[in-house]
Every structure is written in C-alpha cells, then in structure tokens.
Ligand binder design. Structure first.
Ligand code: ADP
Ligand code: MG
Ligand code: ZN
Length: 624
C-alpha cells in the first residue's frame, strides 16, 4: 500500500531507448564511412605489372593482401587495387620504375577504428547494459532504497506521519462499529498515560476482516491520519521474497524499526499472503519460506512489549484461511468486522464520494443507494465516478440522477452475475425468515431477542444474520429455555411457510442447530421422560469440537431418533402458532427490515410494542 508516498523519480524507459538510438547513429556515422572503400578500381596483377613497366604508377601502398596504387593516365590519377601475389621481385620492380612507396598509413587509422568498434564499443555497451539492468533489479527489490544490494532484508515498509495521508475517519462512511473500535486505538496512542495509569494495555493487534472493497485499507489509512504517530505500512505480498530467509529478515527489520519509533502503528495489508494455515509437511514439502516468515512474525509479536505503544493492524478478506496461531490471545486477538454497507451506509458512502464531483440538485442518493443493493464501498465509489464520466461524455457540467442510474447498471451488472446480490423476492423471503426467528424469540421471553438483524449477505455466506446477545451468561439452562431455543431456530422456516406457503434452503443451518440441541437434550441432558437420566451418547475430545459416540442399543437409538423428531416438531408447531398470533407484527417488522436492511434490537422492540394500526395490517397482508 502506498500512502501518498513520494517515490524517488525514476528515469522513464524512453530515456534508455534514446541513448541506445544515439549510439547506433554514432556507429553509423563513424564506422560505415571508414569501412567503405573509397571508389577504388580493381585490376588484376598483370595489369598492375604492365602499368609499373610503363611507368604510369606514381605511388603504391602494399599491405598483406592488397596492393593499392595510383595510376596516372592522361594526367588523371586513378586509385586502383590488386590482389598481392607471391612476388619476391615486387619491391625491386617498383624501385626500378621509380614508384613512391608508402607505408600503409591510412590503415593505422582503420586498424584503430576497427579495434575500437570491434572491442571497445561492445564492451562499453555491455557495461552500460549491465549497469542499467542491475540498477533496475536493485530498485525493484530494494524499492530504490539507498544502499541497493545492501538493502536486502530491509523491510522497506513505508513510514507515514499524519500529514502525509490526509485521510480521516470522516472520509470513511458507514462502518461505525469498525470506526468505534479503531478510535479506541487512536485514543490509546494519543494518551498512553491515561491507560497506563489504570494498568490497561491495548491489544497488540487488531485484524480488519471483511469482503474486498469495503474500506479496510481505507480505515487503516484513516487511523494513520487520525493518530499523530508514525505509521508503517507493508503488504503481505512484499514479504514474499526472491531469496529464502529474506521474508523473515524483513519482518525482523520491520519490528526493529517499529520499536525504535514507538509509539507507532504497523499495518500489514493482505496478511493472508503470509498468514495462511501452516500445513505441516504437505506433500510438496510445504512452503518453507512463507512458513519461516509467518513464524518470525509470530515470534516478533510475542516478543515486543505491548505497553510501549506499538499497535499492529492487519487486513484480510480471507480470515478463515489464517493460521490459528495468528488469532491467539496476545496477537491479533481483536477482530474488527468490516462488512458490506447497508442502505444507510451506502447512501453515506455515495455522499462522501459525490463531494468530489459536481452533481445536479435533483440527485436522490437514497434512491441510488436502494438500487445499488449489495454494492461494496469500492463499487459505490466506482458508480459515482462512472456517473461523472457519463456527464463529461455528454458534454454536461454536472452529473444527474440518470447518470447515476445508468452507471449502477454498468457497475452492478458485473457482480450481479456473481450472485452476490439478492433479488427482491429473495430479500423479502430473508426478511420474513429473520423476523420469524426474532419474533418467536421475543414472544417467548418478552425481551429484545436480538442486538441487530441485517439482510446484507455476510462474509460467512449467511444471507441474513440475527445477532443474538444473551443478557446474562448462562451456565445452567432449563428445559424450557432449551425448548424455546429450538422454537426460535424453527421460527425462520415457520415464517416462510406461513407467508409464502413454500420453503427454501435458507434454513439449513437452523435445522442443524435445532437437531443438535434436541438430540443433546434427550441423549445427554436427560430431559425426556422415556430415558430418564441415562446417557445415550458419550462425548470425547471436548476441546476439539467433541466427537460423540452412541452408547446405546440399536432399538434405543431408533427410539431416540424418533424422540428428537417429536421434540423438534412440537417446537416448530409452537413457533408457527406464535407467528400466526402475531402476523400483523410479523408483516410490519419484515417490511421494515426489507426496506432498511438492518434493524436494531431497540427498533425491533419499539415496533413490537406499538399498538398495531388496523389499516396497515390489511395493507401489509395484501402485499404478500
Ligand atoms: P479493501 O481494502 O477493503 O479491499 P479499500 O479500502 O481498498 O478496500 O477500498 C477501496 C476504495 O473504495 C477506497 O479507496 C474508497 O474510495 C472506497 N471505499 C470503500 N469503502 C468505503 C467507505 N466505507 N467509505 C468511503 N469510501 C469507501
Ligand atoms: Mg485492501
Ligand atoms: Zn434462519
């Protein structure tokens, strides 16, 4: 990642082309004429001899292969040459004829030139090329850092201070949860003594997790902009080096620098490149280099003193592929989810980006946000830019609503194919499903069942999401509570059945959970009349997820299965009845969720406790 860094200006490639071109032209100018024989008449040896005899030859130059001579015919000098024969009397003959003999003086020049061009110039070219290549290599490896070859193993993380990024939290729209968590880190870096007084130390690392384009990198830049401390930024892929061991050396160097500059922030973007799960000795022998780099990173994170004020931020869109060791306490133990924006978030992001372009007053951001359901921050930024481009293309001075609408189609067409966006029908089903869960839960306990429900598809792949928070931690759960829980699990499917008279695959996870719970109630918790306090299943490997093994006869097992089905069915019917009794609220809440895409626990309770307006119920029922 480059946070507005100023790279040393590189000479553009064409400069080298020009230099090479000039050399070629020079060669042409110098070499070609000297090699070109001046117009020389070729004669045979006997002609030469007869000329000598007749005394017309005035001058002769003899070299190893040729004899060059000037023959004067009718007062006109002609340069001639002939092949030199093995003639021992040649010199005598020439002397007799009074020919002026010359040492091959012009040849010294040509020998010099040919020496020059056959040895010196190629050497020069190679030296020049070599230097250029090595310079290029060094700059690509050492990022042009001073020291060239010597800078191998330097982290070349870029250091940024506040002024250089200029990005603030206000530039990141939506993502309030992420901003809140990061604000604490910024505050810690500003007033470390405040925390030190109480003895609190910040988590060493925080991991920004979310789909691509949701603003993870942007958030990290904003932290850099807000916290007035040095900010080291490096991308995971920059650790992957040409030479074995260099990645680890870079990590070492990065942390050495960070320790010197503390308090500071180290940001590792795309950490999954180095932080992938180590797979022992896989059958390719594993990627030793990457593993070494990861090990070094783990060692460094353990090694430094958290109270010194070095905070490590990292970003990834593949948290599930990360090595579990990275997520252990004391490392990236704080996870900051950066999810796709909801309706309101999308509108805010559009507004942030629209500030940079000229728009007409009639643009309705809420409409655009609604149409761009499922778009990430990066895609919304793209939509705004695309709209501006459209306006320019049409020769207008500002972007209009129509520009935005058309650019949505261009930008969204790409990712709707990827099936990430719910159709309106699906959105409606998911809304009812999630409200079904929540309503069943609320009606059984008379309290806010949820912290937040959203129908924005999640990184986990779930279409909707109900964030349940128990008011107090439960260690003991009564049979009724467990039954209520099962009823809540079935509530989603029950709502679908009730409203759409058909069922979808959306409940697969609910089914799994309800089954597990019902089975445990009967086989392990002794919560059925038939089996009393007899364990039907043994759980081994408690800490590794728990493998269960049946500890009963085949007949009992069949009965157990039957009991599980009965238990779930009873709760399912209960859930259906609850929803039937509250169908007005179900419509109202589902409609709210469908429109807003997110509903908080308070909003949920507020709507639930309001008296139902009679007219609206009828309307809502008509709609479905
Ligand atoms: P990520 O690192 O999560 O893949 P980036 O931080 O690189 O995503 O986001 C790419 C671009 O998308 C940003 O430069 C910004 O223009 C835009 N963007 C994404 N999320 C937001 C947001 N919440 N607010 C404003 N702009 C955003
Ligand atoms: Mg990024
Ligand atoms: Zn569900």
């Amino acid at each position: 990642m480059n946070l507005g860094d100023k790279k040393p200006e590189k000479r553009p490639l064409y400069v080298y082309y020009i230099i090479v071109g000039v050399i070629i032209i020079l060669l042409n100018l110098l070499v070609v004429p000297s090699l070109q024989e001046r117009s020389v008449k070729k004669t045979d040896y006997s002609t030469f001899l007869s000329c000598v005899k007749r005394g017309t030859v005035t001058e002769a130059t003899v070299d190893d292969d040729y004899i060059y001579y000037i023959a004067r015919v009718d007062g006109v000098d002609t340069m001639c040459k002939t092949v030199r024969m093995d003639d021992p009397n040649l010199v005598e003959r020439l002397e007799e004829a009074g020919v002026r003999m010359e040492s091959p003086e012009p040849d010294t020049q040509s020998i010099f030139l040919s020496l020059l061009f056959s040895y010196l110039v190629p050497i020069l070219i190679f030296v020049f090329l070599g230097r250029w290549l090595s310079k290029k290599m060094m700059s690509s490896m050492g990022n042009g850092g001073p020291g060239g070859m010597m800078s191998f193993g330097k982290s070349n993380a870029k250091v940024y201070v506040k002024s250089s990024t200029g990005i603030k939290f206000s530039d990141v729209a939506g993502e309030d949860e992420a901003k809140e968590l990061l604000t604490e880190i910024v505050d810690y870096l500003h007033n470390p003594h405040k925390y030190a007084e109480i003895g609190a130390s910040m988590p060493k690392g925080a991991l920004l997790v979310g789909p691509p384009g949701t603003g993870k990198t942007l958030l990290a830049k904003a932290v850099a902009g807000e916290a007035e401390v040095p900010f080291f930024s490096i991308s995971g892929s920059e650790f992957v080096e040409m030479f074995v061991g260099m990645g680890a050396a870079k990590v070492r160097d990065l942390f050495k620098q960070a320790n010197e500059k503390a308090p500071c922030i180290v940001f590792i973007d795309e950490i999954d490149t180095i932080g992938k799960k180590r797979d022992g000795a896989g059958f390719t022998g594993g990627n030793d280099e990457r593993e070494q780099t990861l090990n070094q990173l783990l060692t460094e994170m353990d090694g430094f003193d958290g109270s010194k004020g070095v905070v490590i931020l990292a970003a990834t869109n593949r948290p599930d592929s990360l090595d579990p060791a990275l997520l252990r306490p004391g490392r990236f133990d704080r996870r900051i989810p950066v999810e796709l924006p909801d309706l309101q978030g999308r509108e805010e992001i559009l507004r942030v980006h629209a500030k940079k372009i000229k728009i007409s007053d009639s643009v309705r951001f809420d409409e655009i946000a609604k149409a761009a359901s499922g778009a990430s921050g990066a895609e919304l930024a793209n939509i705004v830019n695309e709209a501006a481009l459209r306006a320019v293309r049409d020769g207008r001075k500002f972007a209009t609503q129509a520009d935005f609408e058309e650019s949505i189609e261009v930008v969204i067409a790409g990712y709707q194919k990827k099936n990430r966006v719910l159709s309106n029908k699906e959105k409606l089903i998911v809304s009812y499903h999630e409200i079904g869960h929540a309503l069943v839960a609320a009606k059984q306990t008379d309290s806010a069942p949820v912290h937040k429900i959203t129908i924005i598809p999640r990184t986990s792949g779930a279409l909707g999401y109900t964030m349940q928070v128990d008011e107090k931690e439960h260690f003991l759960m009564s049979k009724e509570e467990l039954e209520n829980k099962i009823a809540t699990f079935t509530g989603g499917r029950a709502a679908e059945e009730l409203i759409f008279h058909s069922i979808t695959t959306g409940a697969s996870n609910d089914i799994e959970q309800a089954t597990k719970l019902a089975r445990a109630m009967i086989s392990r918790y002794g919560m059925s009349d038939e089996f009393d306090m007899v364990a039907m299943e043994n759980i081994s490997n408690q800490y590794l997820g728990g493998d269960s093994s049946l500890a009963c006869s085949f007949e009992t097992q069949t009965l157990l299965d039957k009991k599980v089905v009965e238990l779930v069915r009873r709760q399912h019917e209960k859930a259906l009845q609850i929803l039937k009794d509250n169908i007005g609220k179900l419509h109202e809440l589902a409609k709210y969720l469908y429109e807003h895409e997110t509903i908080t626990g308070e909003e949920f309770m507020k709507i639930l406790e309001e008296p139902l307006p009679a007219v609206e119920t009828a309307q809502a029922e008509d709609e479905v």
